[in-house]
Design a protein around this ligand. Structure first.
Ligand code: GLP
Length: 241
């Protein structure tokens, strides 16, 4: 695993966007795995800048997002679907039909999960997956547990994740308790992975991910087993290494 430490999140955004750019230049119709949260925002801003300056064409690119809350309307500001359009998709020339965000709405949510995995497989798998990390070491919405999950599944969010995400909602009671998330197996299938962590509040999770033994108690630690995983940290997130 390659670990790179940068001064701040702006510098990380620029470097991460370059990885995306080189992937798109190598393969115009590449499949990108996208993440939500505050961490990837500087990367998305830089991708928009590269697109606006005429350097990056997203017209053939396909995307699959990691996760989405269960029971939230896509039109709402807190939905991950809306987040992606507000912060990236509406600002680049990606085709709406090439964008995929989990959409847990069927009577049997496991049907939505199976259909999502099938769509990723049909697209040929993910070429480059971007990840953030939760305070408890979660990736996507794979919470600490006794086993690594495999495919896309429905997750019960932990109290720590609900509290971390309450900043996007008026009241903590409004934060959904469940989500649909790619599994650890789905994430590990990506040909290349970039995990970004910024800020001192992520230092403990970063230490557990990189320095502890691989364990589902820290889902992100599984990246130690990935053949092409890179981790970008700022000085705060790297402060306990
Ligand atoms: C959520 C998302 C994760 C994200 C994490 C960290 O729980 N499901 O994909 O990595 O939050 O978010 P942030 O980047 O805002 O710290």
């Amino acid at each position: 695993m390659e670990i790179r430490i940068y001064k701040d999140d702006v510098q990380i955004g620029k470097e991460a966007a370059l990885l995306f750019a080189s992937q798109i230049l190598k393969k115009r119709d590449c499949v990108l795995g996208m993440a939500t949260g505050s961490t990837p925002l500087p990367t998305y801003q830089e991708l928009v800048r590269l697109h606006e300056s005429g350097m990056l064409d997203f017209s053939e690119v396909r995307t699959f997002n990691l996760d989405e809350y269960v029971g939230i309307d896509r039109a709402r500001e807190q939905s991950y679907y809306r987040f992606m359009f507000d912060n990236l998709f509406s600002k680049i020339n990606i085709k709406p039909e090439n964008v995929h965000v989990p959409h847990p709405v069927s009577a049997n949510l496991s049907d939505d999960c199976a259909a999502y995995d099938a769509a990723i497989a049909e697209a040929g798998g993910i070429d480059l997956q971007i990840l953030g990390i939760g305070h408890n070491g979660h990736i996507a919405f794979n919470e600490p547990s006794g086993v690594f999950s495999s495919g896309t599944h429905i997750v019960e969010l932990t109290q720590s994740t609900i509290e971390a995400n309450q900043r996007f909602f008026e009241r903590i009671e409004d934060v959904p308790k469940k989500a649909m998330s790619m599994g650890i197996g789905s994430i590990m299938k990506a040909r290349e992975i970039l995990l970004i962590a910024t800020g001192k509040q992520k230092a403990q999770a970063v230490k557990a991910m990189l320095r502890d033994a691989v364990s589902p108690a820290c889902p992100a630690s599984v990246l130690q087993f990935h053949h092409a995983a890179t981790v970008f940290l700022d000085e705060g997130a790297a402060s306990l290494l």
